[in-house]
Design a protein around this ligand. Sequence first.
Ligand SMILES: [Zn+2]
Length: 523
Amino acid sequence: MPASALIESVEEVLRPLSYARNVAWWDSQVDASDENERRRAESELAFSDALADTALFAAIEEARSGSGDPLVDRQLDLLHDLMLPHQIPDSLRGRIVELESAVEARFSRHRGVVAGAEVDDNEIKHILRLSDDPVERQDAWEAAKTVGASVADDVRELARLRNEAARGLGYRDWFALSLATDELDEEKLLATLTEADRVTAAPFGRWKAALDERLALRFGGATRELRPWHYADPFFQETPVEGSVDLDPLFAGEDIVSLARRTFDGIGLEVEGILDRSDLFPRTGKCQHAFCIDVDRSGDVRVLANVVSNHDWADTTLHELGHGVYDLGFEESLPWVLRSTHLVATEASALLFGSLAGTREWLERVLGIAPREGAELEAQLRAARVAELIVFTRWVLVMNAFERALYADPDGDLDSTWWELVARYQLLTPPEGRHAPDWAAKIHVAVAPVYYHTYLYGAIVALQLKDALDAAVGGIVDRPEAGALLQQRLFAPGQSIRWDRLVEHASGSPLSVESLARQVAVG
Ligand SMILES: [Zn+2]
């Protein structure tokens, strides 16, 4: 069979299964009922079954030896990477899929308890941002970790099963297999993370010392008495109010969705269709996180969010729509396989748009604050941006090193490893005598394994894109030329170009920590 006919036949099989799986997944996230959960697991398994087809995989491997057509070769490479992790025994594959679904459902339903009452993630965040009562803060922080204890054994089992799968395919462990199928080079990744550690260590140390002084004053103790619950979110992955500028008062009572619509209108990118299909506000029984999903690669793009009127949700709404406009931006003529994005490229777009909500220009032009207020805020916003980047980078270093350790030895003393990494990279003091699987409370470890470094790569690429747009058209907000450039250079090619070359094509330079180093040095 000629390679192009082979690809067509694969698409005929995968396309409807992918659609069914995406719809079932969406349904299970907006309404975590047993029936939706059953349908999700079923459709997931059907899709996975198709990817596990050994004869089809063998045909793709054979056709890969070179068709002479770059677009055909590219599709074969992507199909190979998509199918490879599924070329494992059916029973093993079934156990992994089932366990992932079960753990994710538990995250959706779980609610922590503070002072005898069930609380959701938004309430826990609220306490950790605003409460001055250390006892209430510790309660909220501990409540955020209880889900960890309930899923930890299953997450370890998932790591064992994933490793068994990876080793059967000739890879060291699941970590190595994941990088290979994501077109990420492990040596290059580790070198980049080492560099990111090097360029952020000193700025983070200085920033954290100043933060601790302020926290000690606020909570009335010494800096050495500070513990993880004195910081403003359960994992110290975001910038605390004390280290940044509290923009929430500016967003009180604002219609976040209208602001997002207005943002994309001003850049000439259409989001009305996405918003119409989306599920945007908090509700019982619904996933508490946020995501964007391209259901059919033909325009059915949806966002799930739990929007409340604050800066965080303005950032998140823009972020998810930043994924969405990418999914709507593929060149019409691209085949189905290439109408998709690499994780790094789509995160870069999302982070680029999310960050707008913390810029002076956006606050003035879209939110409508007075220019004088904007001028007063500008220095603080820049410092906050730097803080956000260093806090985030240190957090990614924890996650990446932890997952490497998890897959190197799923039976190891992970509770200790977690706190060693948190102490080393985030400079937090572990709670005395705490022996709990706090690592398992991070949902990504269970359901988005070996993914977190793509957020850092995405953040770095977002900085590179921003520099390129500044140079080309003077910025982003209210500049349709910026939207057009992103559309042409980043979105349109889909996956017809390998992600690292696409980054270079869209931003003018290959991925490096230079832009990050420059940014954090400015602070
Ligand atoms: Zn994202």
